[in-house]
Design a protein around this ligand. Structure first.
Ligand code: ZN
Length: 379
């Protein structure tokens, strides 16, 4: 039979009374992760042979995705008890047949516990019956003159135990509503180790804001390039970045706004989508002479759907004529209102092709665009 060295118990039986919505707080999702995901994603789960989640039967569905997310881990479940002590006891009973050497009992409401603390607890269990993390409170509670200089210690989870010792303590205790497992141990079995200030407990809805401190912003970039031939038979009708310019128009299925097409492709690229032709085929009569602003709004909606914001947008035109700098301001202003982004993060530049090749001969206009997008709104 496989020997189980380390088991992790996650107590997730709470009903979240302090949270207004019906979903218990441990299953609230922030950026696609609930509190349990958040915790497990940031620790080395491989050091546990077994993870036991204690929750109400009706809430098991909120943890089922963990089985596919961590396919190498063994997950089991125990039913939540009427109070925390009984939930722990149910977990320990369930673990009996696996007989682990160590068990870490953790509250799902403390998702910020680091791998460093877990490693410290396990190391301490090599020599001790228990490893109970604590922090010193910066506040002092004055009870009497004698107490005045005593620093308040606050107990955290995960608390590590020798499995047999904590199981015995639970079975033989006279307490019936202990607020944590260390309360059940005898003085000589207690071993305190330094906890972590950031290992806070999510208690009130506003505590969820702490997640923002832990979430790293995601940045992605995309590149776009487009070129259209100049219709030399015309004298006007050119449109670049939505701005009408008194110059020969470009040939294309839509309004041939080469600038907007390049921008769209860069946004699609940053979102790992297909190119503009995939969504707006140049053989589809629906897009014949279509105002390209429509395509740009589609790209903007895709950013919104995926919860991304533009961090900056850099567009480069390559042409001999017209003189882009004359229209720069107007283009930036137009893009700013179409994309709903500040003007200061848009750059429009232009270069000639030094009279070389197709563009150099004044037969076409090309545009390239690079966009950076982020999941955190910077403005
Ligand atoms: Zn185009």
């Amino acid at each position: 039979m496989k020997t189980f060295k380390n088991a992790l118990v996650i107590l997730a039986g709470g009903t979240g009374k302090r949270f207004k919505n019906k979903m218990p707080k441990q299953f609230n999702e922030i950026n696609g992760e609930n509190l349990i995901d958040f915790f497990l994603n940031r620790i080395d789960t491989n050091i546990f042979d077994l993870i036991l989640i204690v929750t109400k039967k009706s809430n098991i569905k909120h943890t089922k995705h963990l089985l596919t997310k961590f396919p190498l881990l063994k997950f089991i479940y125990a039913e939540a008890g009427k109070n925390r002590q009984l939930s722990s006891l149910n977990a320990l009973k369930k673990l009996k047949r696996y007989n682990p050497k160590n068990v870490l009992i953790h509250d799902s409401a403390r998702p910020f516990c680091s791998q460093k603390l877990i490693a410290k607890i396990l190391k301490s269990l090599n020599k001790n019956i228990s490893a109970i993390p604590y922090i010193l409170s910066p506040d002092k509670k004055v009870i009497s003159k004698k107490e005045f200089n005593k620093k308040i210690k606050l107990i955290q989870t995960p608390q590590g135990f020798n499995y047999n010792a904590i199981f015995k303590a639970h079975v033989s205790t006279k307490l019936f509503n202990a607020k944590d497992d260390s309360e059940l141990l005898s003085e000589k079995e207690l071993n305190f180790i330094k906890g972590e200030k950031l290992n806070i407990k999510i208690t009130y809805p506003e505590d969820l804001n702490f997640f923002k401190l832990f979430l790293k912003p995601i940045f992605k970039s995309g590149i776009g390039y487009d070129i259209h031939r100049i219709d030399i038979k015309t004298k006007k009708g050119l449109k670049l970045c939505g701005v009408n310019i008194n110059f020969n128009k470009l040939i294309g299925h839509s309004d041939a706004d080469v600038g907007i097409h390049a921008i769209c492709d860069s946004i699609f690229g940053a979102l790992s989508m297909n190119d503009i032709g995939y969504y707006f085929s140049n053989t589809n009569p629906k897009w014949k002479n279509k105002n390209s602003e429509h395509f740009l709004k589609f790209a903007r909606d895709k950013l919104k759907e995926n919860n991304f914001f533009i961090a900056n947008l850099d567009i480069n035109f390559i042409c001999e004529k017209p003189n882009i700098s004359k229209y720069r301001k107007e283009m930036i202003s137009n893009l700013s209102s179409l994309l709903k982004i500040p003007k200061k993060i848009i750059s429009i530049k232009a270069t000639s092709n030094e009279k070389i090749g197709f563009i150099g001969d004044g037969l076409g206009i090309a545009a390239e665009s690079i966009v950076q997008i982020t999941n955190e709104k910077l403005y």
